[in-house]
Design a protein around this ligand. Structure first.
Ligand code: SAM
Length: 236
């Protein structure tokens, strides 16, 4: 989060508030992930930042939701594989696929090998706006949907739905915005998503509507000891 290109966008907050467009695009003439693709050093810092974020938040997710009965977890946009590493270490049965951009999964491969779970976790490169690997009984979207507006999020969700059997579960990890006016870290992150990615944090009702439009129904929302919740949804 402290990556300079991320906080520089805050200086152009007014542009985003006036237009609804990203300050990042206004400054750099391209989207955030396209910029990372063209700037490997920034990509490295971003990936390390996400890894550090997931190390605290992800461990709580791995401990506070029961992943033990799954056979194959597809971690869509799984980054460096830090969350799936925590899940696989706590649960001996599941195998996993980390699916992310080609350049990202190359780094994930060596990381997963170095922590001793490469034999249970395959890394596949691709584009979640085009298609997502099939064969999982759980599809994990951790800090993915908040990067995108509703239209782009729906494309990702529909691609998940297409890849899933009717019995598979969708697991979304995000900071669900609570009702009311109390302080909550997700509200600050909501603005960070606006200026940098054109994304947003969402309320439970907003997730319910988005998921319904993609052919899913929420089965439970698991709050954790961190600001992140896990939304479990089933195909309808
Ligand atoms: C905010 S990070 C979340 C990473 C990981 N899920 C976590 O919780 O740390 C978003 C991830 O989406 C990936 N991503 C962005 N665009 C993508 C695309 N079109 N196809 C696949 N992955 C993509 C990024 O490379 C990045 O790893």
């Amino acid at each position: 989060m402290s990556l300079e290109i991320g906080w520089a966008s805050w200086g152009q907050l007014l542009h985003s508030v006036r237009t609804g467009d990203t300050a990042f695009g206004h400054l750099h003439g391209m989207g955030y992930f396209e910029y990372l693709k063209q700037n490997p050093e920034h990509a490295r810092i971003f990936d390390e930042g996400m890894t550090s974020f997931v190390t605290t938040n992800g461990l709580a997710i791995a401990a506070e939701y029961d992943f033990s009965a799954f056979s194959m977890i597809v971690d869509v946009g799984g980054g460096q594989g830090t969350l799936i590493e925590a899940i696989l270490k706590q649960n001996k049965q599941p195998r996993a696929i980390v699916f992310d951009r080609h350049d990202v999964v190359e780094a994930a491969k060596s990381k997963l090998a170095s922590v001793g779970i490469a034999d249970r976790c395959e890394c596949i490169g691709g584009d979640f706006f085009i298609s997502i690997p099939s064969g999982g009984d759980a599809y994990l979207l951790a800090s993915i949907l908040h990067d995108w507006d509703d239209e782009r999020s729906l494309t990702i969700l529909r691609n998940c739905r297409r890849a899933m059997s009717s019995k598979a579960k969708l697991l979304i990890v995000e900071m669900v915005i609570p009702k009311g006016n109390e302080s909550f870290f997700g509200k600050l992150l909501d603005l960070h998503m606006l200026v940098n990615f054109g994304g947003q944090e969402r309320t439970e009702e907003e997730y319910r509507n988005l998921l319904s439009a993609a052919g899913f129904q929420i089965s439970q929302v698991v709050k954790t000891s961190t600001p992140s919740s896990l939304i479990e949804a089933l195909p309808v």
